[in-house]
Design a protein around this ligand. Structure first.
Ligand code: CP3
Length: 333
């Protein structure tokens, strides 16, 4: 079986000779080669130059040969392409210069025209796919409307209230744009999609559907005909597993607070499961301890059809490369 098939087959809930493995935020600051490039280019340049996107996406794959390559980008690229001005303050992370506060601000945002607005991303996807071939699956991604909105607006009444169709204007608008954004990535050749609802865990079980789940379901339903597997990631998601499954996603990616035994019991083979090694342990432990903890996680998921080894959140910047290597190799062996 080809390596690529291991990731895609796992997404399709098939048993595989070994679990598939990749890591969220595998492309980034734990890699010396990323930091070397980053010293020469600011973050926004890294996100918008085709050659840099290709190079940074491939860096972790060259070093560790994981089963999936996630494109180096950011969930905030979509609002940026819609006309919001993103600033990246060193040491503070990304921030928009002016937030969406009124209906007028929202209307001033352009509708995404992928070929015109994000040619660098689409071009990079084609080049990455050409390089990795069937050696790994290429993952495209977007933020969930709820999570992206959390960065875009201050959520005053005008944005939060429902309009006469019962829609929340900002979330509704982002849903439509996210469909266009992800469809463009599919057309450029991605093998799979991941939706990051990193702030979804801030919602209570009974709030989740109304504020986030139903918009994600709309995105997934629109993309279904493309036949590309879709993973939904939520950090702090233990109380939301049933809601995650109701979105129609193929894979649920869970935070490290969720016991995999519980996820397994709930999912019952209806969706594949991704996760959920603790990124803090990956950063702090010795390679021997990482190997032991990884084996323990694998043992828990041994007979689950459709399991993808990953972290419960992104790789932390100070994580030793030796530990990441040990994690990947332990799964592959
Ligand atoms: O390897 C990969 O997973 C692909 C790259 C990727 C990045 N951001 C690159 C990045 C992905 C999938 C994202 C998604 C993303 N971006 C999310 C969802 C996932 C999550 O982590 O919860 C969110 C919330 C963002 C927004 C964002 N971007 C924040 C809050 C920050 C600052 C905090 C941080 O981790 O630095 C970023 C910056 C960012 N995005 C970096 C990278 C490599 C660091 C930039 C740098 O200083 O070089």
């Amino acid at each position: 079986m080809k390596e690529k098939s291991i990731f895609l087959q796992s997404c399709q809930k098939n048993r595989t000779p070994r679990p598939a493995v990749w890591l969220m935020r595998q492309a980034g600051r734990h890699l010396p080669e990323y930091n070397a490039l980053r010293a020469q280019h600011d973050f926004l340049e890294m996100l918008t130059k085709e050659e840099l996107i290709v190079e940074v996406s491939l860096q972790p794959w060259r070093r560790y040969q994981m089963d999936a390559v996630i494109v180096f980008s950011d969930i905030l690229l979509l609002p940026m392409a819609m006309g919001m001005k993103l600033m990246f303050l060193e040491g503070q992370g990304p921030k928009f210069k002016k937030l969406i506060e009124t209906e007028k601000d929202l209307e001033s945002l352009k509708s995404l025209k992928p070929k015109k607005d994000i040619p660098f991303l689409l071009g990079a996807l084609k080049k990455i796919k050409k390089t990795v071939g069937d050696g790994a699956a290429l993952i495209g991604f977007a933020g969930a409307p709820w999570t992206v909105a959390s960065y875009m607006g201050t959520f005053p009444y005008v944005i939060r209230k429902s309009d006469n169709r019962g829609e929340r204007p900002l979330l509704h608008r982002l849903t439509q744009e996210t469909i266009v954004y992800l469809q463009a990535q599919i057309d450029a050749g991605v093998d799979a999609i991941q939706i990051f609802d990193s702030w979804g865990g801030s919602l209570k079980t009974e709030e989740y559907w109304e504020w986030s789940g139903r918009y994600i379901k709309e995105v997934i339903t629109a993309l279904k005909p493309a036949g590309v597997p879709i993973t939904l990631y939520i950090k702090d998601s233990w109380h939301l597993l049933t809601e995650m499954m109701a979105t129609g996603c193929d894979v649920i990616s869970v935070g490290w607070e969720t016991p995999l035994e519980e996820a397994k019991k709930l999912a019952q083979g209806k969706v594949a499961i991704q996760g959920n090694f603790n990124p803090h342990i990956l950063m702090q432990a010795s390679p021997v301890e990482v190997a032991a903890a990884t084996q323990k996680m694998l043992a828990t998921m041994k007979d689950y059809p459709g399991y993808i080894a990953n972290l419960g959140h992104g790789v932390l910047p100070k994580t030793p490369v030796e530990n990441v290597k040990t994690f990947v190799e332990t799964v592959k062996d």
